[in-house]
Design a binder for this molecule. Structure first.
Ligand SMILES: Cc1cc2nc3c(=O)[nH]c(=O)nc-3n(C[C@H](O)[C@H](O)[C@H](O)COP(=O)(O)O)c2cc1C
Length: 365
């Protein structure tokens, strides 16, 4: 790969209103090391500080409410204590010159009663159970049978997103990413496989996209649209064994165009099946980007050469790396030098303490 392409990946840019020092984003990575109250320990400060040379850090998915939680030890952004713990993280990243947005998460049906208040059922657009497993205090378990949200409950969920957006501001983030990917609540609304509603929020693509757009609009009113991004994964069934929409190009194409009208900071797409080989050729992601009209962050299975090519050709404004950031806190420097990458063991991904979290060294130290 030529040096000219290499330079493109390390050029600063504006992603919406967020000025980034290079085009390498850290993808959101759940690490399951917070307390059961959703409050981060100081270890998270070290972890994110070590990775602050990313042009943009997108935090691990962060619950907007107790109801939105689907996995043990994931952080929240619905109490003051949670926001205060996040403040330590944002201060540390900013002190290193980095930028960080928080990924706002409601899992919908991908949850378990034992994680809900008073053992309640998880909620979803429709009462259709998810497959796969969720991580509870008892280990990996099948998700519980969800109940369908009443139409009258949706304003309350919007309020949960608003509270999370306000707390994210108080915590000092540079913006927020609305998680509409990976088969979680907003993706469950978008896909006709998981949304069988007969009210204004189901049926046509306009109706299925209505609630996700209401959420993004509510959050953008608090943050300003230029500091709000959205993540989608039109081709992934990985989480919850969630069946695809019957027409991903049309559904996510419509969604991207609507988001574009809001003039958001960016669209972030998982291209293909999550954590599988890159699937950029399996859908016209370029059309989604064009329909959106703003900045585009590409993800899934990218390596150095692919990332260089994507940015140099204008296909993407940034490329986000997930797994590579786990074992390589200084990933940007390694990409710059074409230094070898450390492949972190999967056993380090979720849960535990400092081991496999903050103990991966940077090169040259
Ligand atoms: C341990 C782990 C945790 C993840 N957690 C999240 C998450 O919280 N939110 C999200 O949108 N994606 C999550 N992902 C998906 C990544 O953001 C990314 O899409 C995926 O790893 C593919 O990118 P990569 O090939 O660069 O690793 C996670 C992936 C891994 C490996």
């Amino acid at each position: 790969m030529s040096d000219i392409h290499g330079m493109d990946l390390f050029k600063p840019a504006f992603i919406g209103d967020i000025e980034v020092s290079n085009r390498v984003a850290m993808a959101p990575l759940t690490r399951s090391r917070a307390g059961m109250d959703g409050v981060h320990t100081p270890l998270a400060i070290d972890y994110y500080r070590q990775r602050a040379s990313a042009g943009l850090i997108i935090t691990e998915a962060t619950n907007i409410s107790r109801q939105g939680r689907g996995y043990a030890y994931t952080p929240g952004i619905y109490t003051d204590a949670q926001a205060e713990a996040w403040r330590g993280v944002t201060d540390a990243v900013h002190a290193e010159g980095g930028k960080i947005v928080v990924q706002l998460w409601h899992v919908g049906r991908v949850s378990h009663s034992s994680l809900q208040e008073n053992g309640a059922s998880p909620v979803a657009p429709s009462a259709i159970p998810a497959g796969g497993t969720v991580y509870t205090l008892a280990g990996n378990e099948a998700p519980s049978m969800p109940r369908a949200l009443e139409t009258a409950e949706l304003p309350g969920l919007l309020e949960d997103y608003r509270r999370a957006a306000r707390l994210a501001k108080a915590a000092g983030f540079d913006g927020v990413e609305v998680h509409a990917a990976n088969g979680y609540l907003l993706d469950q609304f978008l896909r006709d496989s998981t949304n069988h509603r007969t009210d204004f929020y189901g049926g046509s693509v306009e109706n299925r996209a209505r609630f996700p757009i209401e959420v993004v609009t509510a959050v953008a009113e608090i943050w300003g649209a230029g500091r709000v991004g959205v993540r989608i994964s039109p081709l992934s069934t990985a989480i919850g064994n969630t069946p695809l929409d019957s027409d991903p190009q049309a559904t996510y194409g419509y969604f991207a165009r609507q988001l574009g009208q809001l003039r958001l900071a960016y669209l972030h797409a998982v291209e293909g099946q999550l954590r599988d080989a890159n699937g950029a050729s399996a859908l016209d992601f370029k059309a989604l980007h064009e329909g959106f009209g703003g900045s585009y962050i590409a993800n899934n299975g990218y390596n150095r050469d692919m990332a260089h090519a994507a940015v140099a050709s204008g296909y993407a404004d940034m490329v986000s790396f997930g797994r590579a950031f786990i074992g390589n806190p200084d990933l940007v420097e390694r990409l710059r030098k074409d230094a070898p990458l450390h492949d972190a063991p999967q056993s380090a991904y979720y849960g535990g303490g400092a081991q496999g979290y903050t103990d991966f060294p940077a090169i040259g130290v």
